[in-house]
Ligand binder design. Structure first.
Ligand code: FES
Ligand SMILES: [Fe+2]
Length: 347
């Protein structure tokens, strides 16, 4: 059974408690300046994000309780959202504190914006439009100062689940990322690997691949990917990188890692926005621009293929499509989505 807050008026979008009660990224922290209103769509629902002058972030239904107009078309003044229609003023708690048509009367208690849970973490703005069933998944390197972090994106994709599955799929590298993450004429055989399930989701053992331009240092590497799926739309890998060009081997060491924390904002069943944060601990870290240049290239190559996949809604019934042992992580992802009760955007 879905658990939906009684204050949510739109009952026609996603009804999956696994998604409604989860945290979702809807932007980067810098996307919402104090005083600005940012309209966003999540799970088919129109929301508005805004920030008070003290930095507090808010995510509300993009709807005025009075006559249903879009708050995002209004403005923020003195830390109040002002509805564009009749000018009702809402403070940071969502309470209506002024009805301009009756300025001397205190507004009714019920005159309240439809507010959602909101917080900022790892450079992202997160919201939960239901009741959070768990915390935001941990980004293991975030607190570790030896890792440089770089946010990249947004990257538009069609299906968010297809985008996540692509992220944990090593066998497409030689074909989709020729000359970058793999070699078309000499694709790596993918050795058998294992996937385990725990309370934090799914985790693979390392998968070894050859990468001619394996990380932003522009060095060829042998890479060992350990993938994790934390939530239906949050995934991660930790990549152990070993420089394979002997003339440049001294640039790296055994501790070198390149990690990516990936989030997909499900706009609707077949529209999503991927945002990532990369973490790396190289002795000479690449510039933010170098990291972004490489990620922009790779994710553009990915979306060009992923957006052609049919059906757009990912099949979670394993009798659909054909699975090979090298797809183990994707296969486990699909059955795990199904076990979580995810029906929105799947097939
Ligand atoms: S609809 Fe918002 S003030 Fe009337
Ligand atoms: Fe890819």
């Amino acid at each position: 059974m879905s658990v939906i807050k009684s204050t949510i008026p739109a009952l026609d979008g996603c009804q999956d408690s696994a998604l409604l009660n989860d945290w979702h990224v809807i932007g980067f922290v810098e996307d919402v300046a104090p005083g600005a209103l940012l309209p966003v769509t999540l799970l088919g629902r129109d929301l508005v994000a805004w920030r008070e002058s003290n930095g507090a972030i808010h995510v509300w239904e993009d709807l005025c309780i009075h006559r249903g107009s879009r708050l995002s078309k209004g403005c923020v003044r003195n830390d109040r959202v002002i509805c564009p229609y009749h000018g009702w003023n809402y403070d940071g708690s969502g309470q209506c504190v002024l009805i301009p048509a009756a300025p001397s009367e205190p507004p009714m208690k019920k005159a309240k914006a439809l507010i959602h849970h909101a917080q900022e973490r790892y450079g992202f703005i997160w919201t939960c439009i239901g009741t959070p069933a768990q915390d935001i998944p941990v980004f293991p390197e975030w607190e570790d100062p030896s890792f440089k972090k770089v946010s990249c994106g947004p990257y538009p994709f069609r299906s968010g689940y297809r985008a996540v599955e692509n992220f944990i799929d090593p066998s497409h590298f030689p074909f989709v990322h020729a000359g970058v993450n793999g070699i078309t004429d000499n694709p790596d055989p993918i050795a058998a690997y294992d996937v385990s399930e725990s309370e934090t989701g799914l985790a693979s053992t390392e998968v070894r691949v050859t990468q001619p331009y394996g990380d932003p240092r522009e060095v060829p590497v042998i890479a060992y990917y350990a993938y994790q799926i934390f939530r239906p739309l949050v995934a991660y890998f930790k990549k152990r990188v070993v420089i394979s060009d002997p003339t440049r081997a001294t640039e790296g060491n055994d501790a070198d890692r390149f990690c990516t924390y990936l989030t997909a904002q499900i706009v609707d069943e077949v529209t999503s926005i991927v945002r990532i944060s990369c973490a790396m601990n190289f002795a000479t870290p690449p510039s933010d621009a170098d990291v972004r240049r490489r990620q922009d290239l790779v994710y553009a190559q990915d979306s060009e293929i992923v957006d052609t996949q049919r059906p757009e809604r990912i099949p979670v019934d394993l009798r659909q499509e054909l699975h090979h042992r090298s797809d183990l992580m994707g296969l486990k992802y699909r059955s795990w989505l199904n076990a979580q009760g995810v029906t929105y955007g799947v097939y």
